[in-house]
Design a protein around this ligand. Structure first.
Ligand SMILES: [Zn+2]
Length: 65
């Protein structure tokens, strides 16, 4: 299943995953009830966990500390 990452270093990435959480590089993303349509495909949205790493602005960081 393809999912969309929202927030944090992986903002906007579409990755394979499922379940409660998805790992992207060093980051953890958790399932939300949101959905997003990308190129005609309905994707589940996963949000960057607040306790994962410090984020200053959407997508501003390109890696975790
Ligand atoms: Zn993170």
């Amino acid at each position: 299943m393809r999912v969309l990452l929202r927030g944090g270093p992986g903002d906007g990435q579409v990755v394979s995953g499922g379940g409660e959480t998805v790992a992207w590089r060093a980051c953890l993303y958790e399932l939300t009830t949101e959905r997003s349509c990308r190129q005609g495909v309905d994707l589940r949205v996963y949000r960057h966990r607040a306790d994962c790493c410090e984020v200053h602005g959407r997508g501003a960081e390109d890696r975790c500390e």
